[in-house]
Write a protein that binds this ligand. Sequence first.
Ligand code: NAP
Length: 228
Amino acid sequence: MKIAVLGTGMVGRAITDRLSTLGHDVVIGTRDVEQTLARTEPDWLGNVPFAQWQQSHPAVRLVPFADAGVHGQVVVNATQGASSLAAIEATGAANLAGKVLLDTALPLDLSQGMPPTLTVANTDSLGEQIQRAVPEARVVKSLNTMLADVMVNPGHVPGRHNVFVAGDDADAKKTVTSLLREIGWPDDAILDLGGIRGARATEMYSSLLFTTSAALGTFDFNVAIVRK
Ligand code: NAP
């Protein structure tokens, strides 16, 4: 399948690496190809400059957001949450019309340090904002409740643990669920939270995610729902 991943950070790279290994035709979208390739310093999370990462992924093309939007039958949003609406606008509503838009972003506000707060919460969410911004796209929120390494390799954390999906379009959720299965998520680990409004819950979970991470000293964990 032709897939576009918007975002050159650790999530964009991890998802691109996994999906291209599975045989998908993946491009990565960025604001400015030349500027992104010219970076020589690690990013704020310590990831190597993009050009260095690309040397080990020569088949993956880095393209402007709009070209990525044209390429992808499925488009993955892995951009900084506070800038995701700008990235989606640059990708283009027309390029996203009718397409599945898998949103992995968290609307984090890091201006006051850790743990972050959210730029939108309670009565709205980034997932819903994106769906309103591109009403003809079919937004599915997923994978945003865990570290990138866990998103693309559930075995990174032992045992049975969960990934959530939320979105208004049932077929789009089927497409995302099938990609999650390909990645390695067992059927019974994928929990459908209903409409895109469920993005509020998974985005607000980030408060517990960051606080738990501070307590454990690692992000190498995930949430497991245990029921009677
Ligand atoms: P990130 O550093 O949060 O985002 C990097 C991407 O955001 C880059 O592609 C960058 O574009 C884009 N960006 C930054 N400012 C922008 C602006 N003003 N306009 C348009 N685009 C802009 O990378 P990440 O750590 O991979 O996270 C990606 C998303 O997943 C975030 O929303 C994050 O909260 C969420 N998330 C991350 C993790 C994780 O393990 N890191 C876990 C759960 C959820 P350029 O390519 O042009 O620089």
